[in-house]
Design a protein around this ligand. Sequence first.
Ligand code: BGC
Length: 511
Amino acid sequence: MHTKTLGLLAALGLALGCSSAKEEMSPAKTRPFFWSTATAAYQVEGDLHGTDWHQWEYQPDGGEWPDGGGHIAGNDHADKGPDQLHRYEADFDLAKQAGSNAMRLSIEWARIEPTEGRYDPEAIAHYHRVLKALRDRGLTPMVTLQHFTFPTWIHDVNDGSRGYGGWAGRDGDGSGQGGVVSRFARFSGDMAKEFGAEVDDWITINEPFVLVAATYVNPTPERFPAAPYPSDLVPPMEGVNLGLGVRAAVNMVHAHARAYDAIHAQDTVDADGDGKAALVSIAHHMRVFVPAGGDVAAAKAARQLDYVNNDLILNAIVRGDLDINLDGAFDGPGEGQGIAALKGRADFIGLNYYSVSKVLPFTVKNAAGVSIAGLPLEDDGAAYPHSDLGWRIYPEGIHDLVARVWGTYGLPIFITENGVADSADVMRSKFLVDHVEQLMKAKSEGAQVLGYTHWSLIDNFEWAKGLAPRFGLFTVDYATQKRTPTKAVEAFKAISQAGGVTPDIRARFGK
Ligand code: BGC
């Protein structure tokens, strides 16, 4: 089961006249196509001990993996990872060597604000040095403000009575929203003010839906950090609380919307000269869902998971349509359409694409009537190529999802992640060629695509799966910290120089 991303869940029509007005406004007309790679602070930096993930890694009684590890496979720790805190300059040399002109990375809230209300000047100076190192190498930064981790003063997983309870926490300030919402908005605005002269492209939250599902709707050892909570299913299932998941998702969309406003208010400097001071979105994990088997129930289950995983969050932040009980209608308590506090809060859509899930009909529900109708499994047909993690490789999916998102929302699309776990270095080049080719097909059909980001620049800490999965364009020997290019580095360079996949590139790298 693709549990990291989905847990149990995982889970325009413009008239011609309008479209030309839209094109005039389009960032695609005023900026170069970005060929980018990505990392996230917790996965690469090390020394992030003030976070919920650090607490989680060291909880002695995790004991969920069969190998005797705690919450992390192999009992791995992020501190044993690639040490980018001290090696960022050499790593950005590699990004340049690979031919990229942009880089997506995150800044770590816990490093910058280790206790509530007190920013650490040295941490801020560090990230200024990091951003300067990117600019010095001609790499335009895209900055993520939350990539799966929280400071423990927001989310204390050792003691659920402390902090603000993370994304699922309730009422920090009498607004009915979690205390995290206003604090994340304040942090985002402050970061936009601090770094706005160096950064124009902002991601507020990485993969909101994955984070919800992996934390609160996940009965497997790959769970993300949370203080213990009971199941609210009828009958109960350990690790699954749909109410907490829904609460987290609602807090997230409000936090994103308020952060969007704060960033636009505070980042008034056009750092890259394209006429826009800030472009803000989320990085949204999208998948293809196929029914497992030909029966009606499987088809229905696949449709619901597709809706919940792919559409729900985008509907909220683009259209202001909030569906809390996941039934596709907007008529329940707290639900609505065109909600002004949410609507119109995406300047582009950041799209993370990896794979396809097959869906078994399997219904779970809670007493409040929230229900999920399908169980996502790895699409493991022997006929398909798969990554080291068992994820089916399905390049057509990137085309189909980009075309669909463009057709549905009419916003420019930035591929904010796409990559493959491939420790033997036998799949990555072809994976890259096939996916970029499919992306460019969607672009040539009319979708506005601003850039392509490969996950990841270097091998890193793959959350609950530890250090074993190898996603890097450059592989890392964790004993020596030596970086070695995979074969795909040359493919990435050729693609970025050519602006896509030429017949020659396909012949050289696409086999
Ligand atoms: C996440 C990354 C992760 C990658 C590969 C994405 O879901 O944003 O943090 O490492 O997928 O699993």
